[in-house]
Design a protein around this ligand. Structure first.
Ligand code: IVH
Length: 664
């Protein structure tokens, strides 16, 4: 049974985690390292696992989990979720302003906000606790996607000093970075990619399994209220500030404008600037600032009369497909792309657009010679929106995927239910080439000088068969290659030797395990510390790590089950390639799960050194005593902190005990 003390300790941990999540996910200004955060989180998980009856619905550990319902319940809104009327020109904004002026006797102001391109969401909070997340549906009846909404880390599960009932509305969206990474993974896995960030966000929110949603990294901007009791807010500007105080993410790019001319200027100012943001926007929303004036103006059945959406024209270009080519990715997927007549689009000259896979080509009926409309997904990736069929001459050529690998000539295969065509020849030079280039690349083992040209040379001279062979290379081997001087050969051998010290995270990424990106590799390395631990971990174990989805966990385990991979790792190890994590080197568990405060002066070492030792031994340090502190180390002349620790009944040890614990 959990004692009152345990319940309170869990609550204190939750509060601290909530605060640090807010610093990280909402403000983007963390105060502690990811490692320290993970420790805090882990302490709470451990406590809640030991005492399951203390788990609360709004605990930060309950973000992913929930029940995967097989239909999303329909829920009627207390206040309808209206849409917005559109304007496409300054004149239309002026006409809107004229209607406002006619409807109001007094002076009025506008607030302009970016129009985030996602899906609107209604979050219901009762006594500060997130109760339900509803999509807009048809505006009168929404769909309950609570389990998925809870996975969005910047959405508070609990709000301090909240009114008894409040509905917060805003936009769920997918950041461009997440979108691009997601589509890359989908291409590799042979599933259809999403056309844009909004579709990706919508698809992610309607997942039956919240784990999948969690892995999609959605985010949220709050900008409106639905039904609410007990809030004394009079303007949109005040509302945005209050939402910030409630710890929601509020888009900072809003502006108060005294006239429609100022609004039009602001709309112009963002037309290009918006493209460099990390998320998609499709316009600006112009709102009358004062709530009383909003009420006076009222609404039609569809839209409020006090607001307007200004839509920027989508950026598109028309060009012609010269040829469809096929290239090979790291995991052997053959990817078709279109070489197009170069055309300027959104700041660059586009020469090539991805076609993803054969299903994509069939679905859009894309042929060589076609005129097509192209756009940039997530403002970066050139994509084909559609074919201009009325411009066909009859000379266009339908495309078929090659039946054999363009690199090794072996038969390719298309697994059942997948859109991807793969070369499955384990000895395919194309796959090996991509693997080696990736292994040596900057974010992986960072082997200076070992680019595609050298890799091609090494393969042509039959010098290597896998990444581990790199560490066998001698200067003389490399010098056989054409145009390879003594000095360059020496430099390459040295660069290869230097790369042994990169550490576990880089090595894991370098192995090119499907779906495991640099960030995922980093998380695994921090959590498991050694290659051996990772190789022993099962799917469940890996999945339980925050940031590791089901797909990655399966892929990692599958990779290490393969005998060939195991042998290669063992050869890498034999060559002295470092197999443990360097960043957070773990030496022992003398302070496992302890949250430690250092006070007073230590005679044998400085504070920094002491806190490094604590971290290396499984603990976390804090600068002041809080409810979560579990241990205080008191040096000489320890003052008020020592008194506070004693008063709170926290264990206190002196320097001698500290040294004893770490075996010095
Ligand atoms: S206010 C009654 N503000 O645009 C007014 N909407 O085209 C409700 N949107 O359904 C909307 N950014 O999903 C508002 N800053 C913003 C917005 C925004 C994006 C979306 C929202 C709405 C749609 C209307």
């Amino acid at each position: 049974m959990a004692t009152e003390e345990i319940i309170q300790k869990a609550e204190a941990l939750r509060k601290e985690i909530r605060y640090h999540s807010y610093r990280y996910y909402v403000l983007d200004q963390p105060e502690i390292t990811d490692y320290e955060f993970d420790k805090l989180y882990r302490s709470l998980v451990d406590l809640e696992t030991k005492y399951p009856d203390i788990v609360t619905n709004d605990s930060p550990t309950q973000r992913v989990g929930g029940k995967a319902s097989n239909d999303f319940q329909k829920v009627k809104f207390k206040k309808p979720m209206l849409s917005l009327a559109n304007a496409f020109s300054g004149d239309e904004l002026k006409a809107f302003d004229a209607r406002i002026r006619a409807g109001l006797a007094d002076k009025y102001e506008y607030i302009t906000e970016l129009k985030i391109d996602g899906l609107s969401m209604n979050l219901i909070y009762e006594n500060g606790r997130l109760l339900q997340g509803l999509t807009r549906g048809d505006g009168r009846v929404g769909e309950d996607v609570t389990a998925n909404v809870k996975t969005i880390k910047s959405i508070p599960l609990f709000i301090e000093n909240a009114p008894p009932y409040m509905e917060v509305r805003g936009e769920v969206y997918m950041p461009r970075k997440s979108f691009i990474a997601l589509n890359e993974k989908r291409d590799e896995a042979g599933v259809m990619p999403f056309a844009n960030c909004r579709n990706a966000a919508a698809g992610s929110l309607r997942q039956l399994d919240p784990h999948v949603t969690a892995a999609r990294h959605l985010d949220f901007f709050a900008y409106a209220l639905g039904e609410a009791e007990g809030l004394d807010i009079h303007t949109q500007e005040e509302l945005l500030k209050q939402l910030q105080r409630f710890h929601f993410r509020v888009n900072p790019n809003y502006k108060k404008c005294a006239s429609i001319d100022e609004v039009i200027e602001e709309v112009g100012r963002w037309e290009d600037k918006r493209k460099s943001l990390g998320y998609d926007t499709d316009g600006m929303v112009i709102k009358v600032n004062d709530f009383e004036q909003q009420n006076k103006l009222g609404a039609t059945v569809k839209d409020p009369k006090w607001a307007m959406a200004y839509k920027y024209p989508p950026e598109e270009a028309i060009t012609q497909i010269k040829k469809i080519i096929v290239t090979m990715g790291r995991t052997g997927v053959l990817t078709p792309s279109a070489d197009v007549t170069p055309v300027p689009l959104a700041g660059t000259i586009v020469k090539r657009a991805t076609l993803h896979n054969i299903d994509f080509i069939h679905e859009k009926d894309i042929r060589e010679g076609d005129f097509v409309t192209i756009y940039k997904a997530g403002e970066i990736i050139p994509e084909i929106a559609g074919v201009l069929k009325d411009r066909r001459s009859g000379a266009e050529k339908e495309f078929e995927m090659p039946k054999t690998c363009p690199v090794c000539g072996e038969t390719v295969s298309r697994p059942e239910g997948e859109a991807a065509v793969r070369c499955t020849n384990a000895r395919c030079g194309g796959i090996l080439r991509q693997k080696l280039i990736h292994f040596a690349s900057r974010d992986a083992m960072n082997i200076d000088g070992l680019g595609p040209a050298i890799v091609d040379g090494l393969l042509a001279y039959n010098l290597i068969n896998d990444p581990a062979d790199l560490y066998d290379l001698k200067e003389d081997d490399i010098r056989q290659m054409e145009r390879m001087g003594e000095k360059s050969a020496g430099n390459i051998v040295k660069a290869i030797a230097d790369s042994k010290e990169r550490g576990l995270a880089k090595l894991l990424f370098a192995l090119g395990i499907r779906f495991l990106g640099a960030k995922g590799a980093d998380i695994l390395a921090t959590r498991f510390h050694t290659m051996e631990n990772i190789m022993m971990a099962d799917i469940q174990h890996i999945q339980s790590v925050d940031g590791m989805g089901d797909v990655i966990a399966h892929s990692v385990v599958e990779y290490f089950q393969d005998e060939k991979n195991k042998q290669m790792i063992s050869r890498l190890k034999g060559h002295g390639v470092v197999m443990h994590e360097l960043k957070e080197e773990i030496e022992g568990d003398a302070f496992l799960n302890e949250i430690v405060v250092l006070t007073g002066k230590l005679t044998s070492m400085g504070r920094h050194e002491a806190s490094e030792i604590i971290k290396k031994n499984g603990g976390t340090t804090q600068s002041s005593i809080t409810k979560t502190t579990t241990l205080v180390i008191a040096g000489e002349d320890a003052g008020s902190k020592l008194e506070k620790a004693r008063a709170k009944g926290i264990t206190v040890i002196d320097e001698a005990d500290f040294l004893k614990r770490i075996g010095r």
